[in-house]
Design a protein around this ligand. Structure first.
Ligand code: NDP
Ligand code: 2IT
Length: 445
């Protein structure tokens, strides 16, 4: 396999899918050498089979808004690969959602889920529905209309969706209610459920907690820990919230948050009251982080800017894809940042990653560092299948162990001759080998 040739052909086939091409490119470049060491993979055309989703369902979602107007959105589910377990991955509701974004997310999910060591294949779905400014009743009607189509192709042993941007506990509840109504079954078809009806404790916090556990593992390789570190975080959603909570608990000082409107710099760092306020901001459905600075006098708001210009020891982007570019990376490098750990999926541009890795700063890609969310979804699936509910400390202990193992796996496959760990290579190779071997054993299907 020659990565560049595959990418050129892919660009011709999908000229309007830049995010998908970006995600595939990164994986192919880093696995090329290992892949070519196993001629049986090429003979079975594993790469061609892996980069094409098994199937994509696109559908119309019609719903009625509070003013009585009929609204139409596009809904999707990309079932990418189920070699190691049922299709698994979140649903994203955001106006920017299109097939390129969902294919990039579904593709990344294959390797991420493989890294968790749990039995989950890769998928992603969502809609260009914009939840911002919608009433609770509108959100419910939209979720119900979305599930009226989706229910046909999901199931606890088939495809298990969960949350992502714009989809949290409330949306999972509404989606589940309609699924239950249509199928008359109460099962583990979705994860991130309410804890009264099958949801796992620690799932809401799990992605952010896992990112912080992973950051600590990375820092340990240079004899340091997160305690006392200044941390810049972007976003103020589910992942950012969990990361701020755990980092603060472990004695780090989180000095930034951000929204699409700009960023907050708070030199005093976060505390319990501020972390609770993040939840209020989210619940307000307004999509702005500025009110944080109005509420807490030590905090300043920087309109339309990225938090990466603030000097920090550790950077944890938790908002969205390609939010951290080469300029941001240069700012981080100049300001002495030691570690960049991705909470979001593909938040760094390829140029940013190149600059960070060149300067030998510790860098972990989202598919390794944010795998704690889907791993805990996997633990929710286990609890549902056994009709048991585990205590929070058991879930957290397993999450911690899984993040430790992923880190170890990245080191095993990513250690470079000069001692620097290339976590991108490590994560991609480790994730890929397991899926590729499973595909080989299952024949051409
Ligand atoms: P949320 O919807 O809870 O939060 C995402 C937040 O980031 C929103 O506030 C969003 O605002 C904001 N945001 C979007 N674009 C920007 C931007 N350009 N600058 C600053 N803020 C922005 O989503 P999650 O926290 O769940 O997801 C965040 C990231 O983490 C995504 O990349 C997601 O794929 C990833 N992830 C999520 C997991 C989960 O379990 N939820 C697991 C693993 C990864 P707005 O909506 O207005 O744009
Ligand atoms: O990107 C992700 O890993 C998620 N949004 C979580 C997916 C899941 O199935 O829990």
């Amino acid at each position: 396999m020659q990565a560049d040739k595959v990418i050129t052909a892919l660009k011709q086939r999908y000229p309007n899918e830049p995010e998908y091409i970006q995600a595939v490119h990164e994986v192919l470049l880093s696995i090329e050498e290992v892949y070519n060491a196993y001629p049986q993979f090429e003979a079975a055309n594993i790469i061609e089979r892996l980069i094409e989703p098994d199937r994509i369902l696109t559908f119309k979602v019609s719903w009625v808004d509070d003013a009585g107007h009929v609204q139409i959105n596009r809904g999707y589910r990309v079932q990418f690969n189920n070699a190691i377990g049922p299709y698994k991955g979140g649903l994203r509701f955001h106006p920017s959602v299109n097939l390129s974004i969902l294919k990039f997310l579904g593709f990344e999910q294959i390797f991420k889920n493989s890294l968790t060591t749990l039995a989950m294949g890769g998928a992603k779905g969502g809609s260009d529905f914009n939840p911002k400014g919608k009433s609770n009743a509108e959100i419910m009607r939209f979720c119900q209309a979305f599930m009226l189509e989706l229910w046909r192709i999901v199931g606890p042993e088939t495809d298990v969706p969960a949350g992502d941007i714009g989809v949290g506990g409330r949306e999972i509840g509404f989606l589940y209610g309609m699924y239950k109504k249509l199928t008359m079954e109460h099962n583990g078809v979705l994860t991130g459920k309410g804890t009264n009806w099958g949801g796992s404790l620690v799932r809401p916090e799990a992605t952010g907690f896992g990112v912080v556990y992973f950051t600590n593992e990375m820092l340990a390789t240079i004899g340091q820990s997160i305690e006392g570190k200044k941390i810049a975080i972007s976003g103020f959603g589910n992942v950012a919230w969990g990361a701020v909570k755990k980092a603060t608990e472990l004695g780090a000082k989180v000095i930034t948050l951000s929204g699409p409107d700009g960023y907050i710099y708070d030199p005093e760092g976060m505390n319990a009251e501020k972390i609770d306020f993040m939840l209020e901001l989210r619940a307000s459905n307004e999509d702005v982080v500025k009110p944080f600075a109005d509420r807490f006098s030590g905090a300043k708001f920087f309109d339309g800017r990225h938090p990466w210009e603030v000097p920090c020891d550790v950077a944890i982007p938790c908002a969205t894809q390609n939010e951290l570019d080469e300029n941001d990376a240069k700012n981080l490098i100049e300001n002495g940042c030691k570690c960049l750990c991705e909470g979001a999926n593909m938040p760094c541009t390829p140029q940013a990653i190149h600059a960070i890795q060149q300067s030998k700063i510790l860098y972990a890609p989202g598919k390794a560092a944010n795998a704690g969310g889907v791993a805990t979804s996997g633990l929710e699936m286990s609890q549902n299948a056994s009709k048991l509910a585990w205590p929070a400390n058991e879930v957290d202990m397993r999450l911690r162990q899984i993040m430790h193992n992923i880190h170890q796996n990245c080191m095993n496959y990513g250690k470079q001759p000069d001692g620097y760990t290339d976590y991108v290579k490590g994560a991609n190779i480790a994730g890929f080998l397991k899926v590729a071997n499973a595909m080989m054993e299952q024949g051409v299907v």
